[in-house]
Design a protein around this ligand. Structure first.
Ligand code: CU
Length: 87
């Protein structure tokens, strides 16, 4: 039993790692767009925080390591904006 608990703790530690993903976003025209994009990103499971920059047309997303950047872009595209993962 003790062994199981220990490996569970190790799993949580691994899953708890964060990544910072940079996205290029097209089509944002005003603060409402920023809000839409932020909201869409927030709906993606594992996303913890998102900074969206209207003037630069980009976003920085803090998320769990398990989240695929493509999933973030898909959510933004569904909201009607263009999105590419910036490298
Ligand atoms: Cu707008």
């Amino acid at each position: 039993m003790k062994k199981v608990l220990l490996s569970l703790a190790a799993l949580v530690a691994v899953a708890g790692a964060d990544q910072l993903v940079k996205l290029k976003i097209e089509g944002m025209m005003c603060p409402a767009c920023v809000k839409n994009v932020k909201g869409s990103l927030g709906d993606v499971k594992g996303v913890k925080d998102a900074d969206v920059y209207l003037k630069d047309g980009r976003a920085e997303v803090k998320a769990d390591d398990s989240v695929k950047p493509e999933a973030m872009c898909d959510a933004i595209k569904q909201a009607g904006y263009g999105c590419k993962v910036a490298k």
